[in-house]
Design a binder for this molecule. Structure first.
Ligand SMILES: [Zn+2]
Length: 377
């Protein structure tokens, strides 16, 4: 299987699927799965291609989920090799998207092919949920797949998202949840005036300073067994007209709150607003929640993935919930249990993205073992 796996990974890397373009990669995956007797549905929307494929029509339903799109290559001259030609050098495989996450998709395909050859009459269904927009806006990607599954009342028992969750070595970390992400923009209003006449003005920078300190040191919670503490970080602070003798009339600031499963958006908003009110500020605030937190719990899928990693890779995976958001935030609406597990993330989005070459086969073997355990009876 190794040479076929490498060929498949090389084929996928060769498509210049810079988000949200699929450049033929989703068509290729669709054809590959059709040859394995999967039925397929395309849910392309605007620039984005979306594929649902399924084999089997009974439960339990297990889904491999992922994305074919990659981030731009950056400066071409800094790449050791052509970014769209999978290249082996000194024990590593180089190529844009090999880690995030075309290597995982090739491993999904080979693991499924091997499993279906061994167990053509397995008790259940395997699905593929593949999009070409995870790295860009994501709007026309996984949410479209999720909406379709909801309309069709299709529920997935176990969902494995192949994001590169490993840190130093393959299998050292899997994600069993993710934090939520709430953005806010505040506008503090004062009165503009000549800096030499402070009694005639209200300086919004001075007015906001105590609230800035309180907000930036606010303890929302201390986290729990599975999640780190909720954290607020300011990302922008703007005030001033660019001259030295005028106090501005307005200050604007943006911040983000990465929050755990002990919080709700309403509770977070209430705490922030209480501080603004205490400080008697004249403010406007707007919110946008870009992800709700999810947590799968240490149920059957997590245990199965842990056991498989132990068996194939001889590692005890750390079960984590930190890091950025992922399409898991959408998939949890149709998946009972969801785990993210894939290649090492050391060089994702970097120039010269690469993985240790042996990891590809090891990942595909681990995915195969997961399938065998899920459909064990
Ligand atoms: Zn990714």
């Amino acid at each position: 299987m190794q040479s076929e796996l490498l060929e498949l990974a090389a084929e996928l890397v060769a498509y210049q699927s810079i988000s949200p373009e699929q450049d033929g990669s989703i068509d290729f995956i669709e054809n590959y799965l059709t040859e394995l007797n999967f039925s397929t549905i395309r849910l392309d929307q605007n620039d984005t291609a979306n594929l649902i494929a399924q084999i089997g029509n009974t439960g339990p339903v297990f889904a491999f989920a992922g994305h074919v799109d990659v981030v731009p290559i950056g400066e071409l001259s800094k790449w050791f090799f052509d970014p769209f030609t999978l290249t082996f050098k000194d024990g590593s495989l180089y190529g844009r998207g090999i880690a995030d996450m075309k290597g995982a998709i090739a491993s999904f395909l080979i693991a499924s092919k091997k499993f279906l050859q061994e167990k053509p009459n397995f008790p259940g269904s395997i699905m593929f949920l593949i999009t070409s927009d995870e790295e860009a806006s994501g709007i026309d990607g996984t949410p479209v797949i999720v909406k379709y599954l909801q309309e069709q009342k299709i529920k997935i028992d176990y969902c494995l998202l192949g994001e590169p969750t490993s840190v130093n070595n393959l299998g050292d970390m899997v994600k069993i949840g993710r934090r939520g992400s709430l953005n806010a923009r505040i506008e503090i209003n004062g009165v503009q005036g000549h800096i030499a006449y402070p009694r005639l003005l209200q300086n919004p920078i001075h007015l906001f300073a105590p609230a800035l300190l309180q907000l930036s040191t606010l303890e929302f919670d201390r986290g729990n067994e599975h999640f780190p503490a909720t954290e607020l970080q300011f990302s922008n602070l703007n005030a001033g007209l660019g001259v030295t003798n005028v106090v501005p009339g307005k200050l604007t600031a943006t911040f983000n709150i990465r929050y755990n499963n002990m919080q709700t958006v309403e509770a977070l908003q209430k705490k922030v607003i209480a501080i603004l009110e205490q400080n008697n500020l004249k403010y406007n605030i707007s919110w946008s929640n870009s992800a709700v937190p999810f947590f799968t719990g240490k149920k059957f899928l997590v245990k199965t993935v842990e056991e498989s990693i132990q068996e194939v890779l001889n590692k005890s995976a750390v079960l984590a919930t930190d890091g950025g958001t992922s399409d898991g935030r959408f998939l949890v609406d149709v998946c009972d249990e969801l785990v993210e597990f894939g290649l090492t993330n050391k060089y994702i989005h970097h120039i010269n993205e690469n993985i240790p070459s042996g990891d590809l086969l090891s990942l595909s073997e681990t995915y195969f073992t997961i399938l065998s355990k899920i459909f064990r009876q």
